[in-house]
Design a protein around this ligand. Structure first.
Ligand SMILES: N[C@@H](CCC(=O)N[C@@H](CS)C(=O)NCC(=O)O)C(=O)O
Ligand code: FES
Length: 107
């Protein structure tokens, strides 16, 4: 990955307390896995930013290396890589996601 791309991703992660890399947009997710995390975050009613990896192949490939995670969605909360759809569903069901999000938004 180029230093420029790493810097671009660093900036995105830094600027957005809750950031998701998904296929499609918040309003129109293009895959069921991406849709899962969008709906979970919508149901929590928290602000979040979404990057559509289908619209940017450089980011689509680069973020896999950056996160060391090969699939989408990818979720970052407060600069920390959380995981994908399975992990988000699990955290949500355990009530841990609500907690993480509250802590992130309060900081
Ligand atoms: N078990 C994964 C499912 C996600 C998944 O399998 N994503 C695939 C299909 S959308 C993917 O991103 N493949 C890599 C790519 O399309 O670049 C999760 O929990 O997030
Ligand atoms: S785009 Fe086919 S499974 Fe996600």
């Amino acid at each position: 990955m180029t230093p420029e791309l790493k810097e671009k991703i660093d900036q995105l992660v830094e600027d957005n307390k809750i950031l998701v890399f998904i296929k499609g947009t918040k309003l129109m997710p293009q895959c069921g896995f991406s849709n899962n995390v969008v709906q979970i975050l919508n149901s929590l009613g928290v602000p979040f930013e979404a990057v559509n990896v289908l619209a940017d192949d450089e980011i689509r490939q680069g973020i896999k290396e950056y996160s060391n995670w090969q699939t989408f969605p990818q979720v970052y909360i407060d600069g920390e890589f959380i995981g994908g759809s399975d992990i988000m569903i699990e955290l949500y069901q355990q009530g841990e996601l609500q907690q993480k999000v509250e802590v992130a938004l309060a900081s």
